[in-house]
Ligand binder design. Structure first.
Ligand code: ATP
Ligand code: MG
Length: 400
């Protein structure tokens, strides 16, 4: 059951939304108030009680987003849906930053509307019985090793720590992560799952993943940017809701793909591994990424800076990185071209080709740092007692 607050200045539109809600088949309560995005502050009391806020506002202006941001900031578990005229890409991203996670335009497509509602319902359900920890790896700039690190951390957690791990490749360009773990062609991709989402159940999911280790399943990325662009956040949400109970860790390679789809995953991530190299362009891009995380409302303690190809002689040192990004890197990984090349070219984890190599050992240390052995156990038994204190940073000294 989801509790919905509808704020609309237009009676006819409010009635139409009410009718679509009744037809959606999603269990809900509806409370309606007259107003617009810019007057949301007047409804603060009702907003606090709602799971979903629907703002119907055909005359939305950029300046009105501040009121939405204010409302979301005071109700962290509130899902926010905007029904408005078609938005430009810039305005859509600005709305996402303000906390909007669902955008629909008139005339409302009943199927899309019902899908978004079921997404909110499943998220509420998932929130109450969350199990697996979600870790995402992300980068401001490409080519710095995000996929190599993400795949090998996944393998280290599965093979050496006996965690059940699902690796999800969310790269939007030409997703390649599965190639780093296996030479088998993926059984199916995230795109295939998205296009057959109505068939999704445990058996269908199992048929779509590639098992690269008894403890490690890989859900391959969409394969090309056009297909990746067709994936919907609600599809991904359904997948995560279905599988989260079955894995100790869901590890996502987001790469540089920051968009409404990946923002849903970043929102749900317990930790964000931000990978960078020691160069000024990487610093610039990472600074912008961290700023964006701030605008999305992420606590700084959720972010872990990871420096790859670390060389202490580089001009851009750890001090400069910490000064520019406002946090110390939690880990540095050495450059190890030979091991990386062997592993990548054979499509196997680093552990298989260079068990005692410097990079393999450093990846292993990173896996421990991101998922300390006791955390998962404690979290499952006493999630509330062991939750991180708000604002508490978990930054460690770089291991070099
Ligand atoms: N520490 C390292 N030492 C040596 N080579 C590395 C290291 N990390 C990554 N590489 C190599 O760098 C190349 C790029 O790595 P990778 O594909 O993981 O980067 P990425 O950030 O995911 O790139 P993209 O932006 O294309 O997604 C690969 O050939 C990989 O083997
Ligand atoms: Mg990559």
């Amino acid at each position: 059951m989801i509790d919905i607050l509808l704020v609309s200045a237009n009676d006819a539109c409010a009635k139409e939304i009410g009718a679509q809600l009744r037809n959606s088949g999603i269990a809900h309560t509806l409370h309606s108030e007259a107003g617009a995005a810019k007057t949301l502050a007047r409804h603060a009391g009702s907003i606090k009680k709602a799971d979903l806020l629907i703002i119907e506002d055909s005359h939305l202006a950029a300046a009105d987003l501040a009121a939405i941001e204010e409302a979301s900031a005071h109700a962290p578990h509130l899902a926010c849906m905007l029904v408005t005229s078609a938005l430009s890409t810039d305005m859509l991203m600005a709305a996402m930053r303000a906390g909007v996670r669902h955008v629909l335009s008139w005339p409302i497509d009943p199927t899309a509307f019902a899908r978004e509602l079921s997404h909110v319902a499943s998220k509420k359900h998932a929130h109450t019985r969350r199990a697996g920890r979600v870790l995402s790896f992300v980068a401001g700039k490409g080519g710095c090793g995000t996929t190599l690190i993400a795949t090998n951390v996944a393998y280290a957690l599965a093979a050496s720590r006996d965690k059940r791990v699902l690796f999800v490749d969310l790269n939007q360009q030409f997703a390649d992560a599965s190639l780093l773990l296996s030479d088998k062609a993926p059984a199916a991709t995230l795109y295939d799952l998205g296009t057959q989402i109505d068939r999704l159940d445990a058996a269908f999911f199992e048929a779509c993943v590639t098992r690269v280790h008894p403890n490690l399943d890989v859900l391959a990325g969409a394969g090309d940017p056009v297909k990746a662009g067709e994936l919907r956040a609600s599809h991904l949400q359904r997948v995560l809701t279905l599988v989260r109970d079955q894995y100790d860790i869901v590890l996502c390679d987001v790469g540089q793909s920051i968009n409404p789809l990946s923002i849903h995953v970043l929102d749900q991530s317990d930790a964000l591994g931000v990978v960078l190299a020691q160069s000024v362009p990487h610093l610039h891009a990472t600074r912008r990424l961290i700023d964006l995380f701030g605008q999305l409302g992420y606590a700084p303690s959720k972010t872990r800076l990871i420096v790859n190809h670390y060389d202490k002689r580089e001009q851009v040192g750890l001090e400069a990185i910490a000064r520019t990004l406002g946090a110390k890197p939690v880990h540095v990984l050495p450059h190890d071209a030979k091991s990386a090349r062997h592993a990548v070219n054979q499509g196997v984890p680093l552990y298989t080709v260079a068990k005692n190599g410097a990079l393999t050992k450093s990846i292993d240390a990173l896996a421990t740092l991101l998922c300390p052995a006791e955390t998962t156990q404690e979290k499952r038994i006493f999630p509330r007692f062991f939750a991180a204190k708000p604002g508490a940073r978990q930054q460690l000294k770089p291991s070099h």
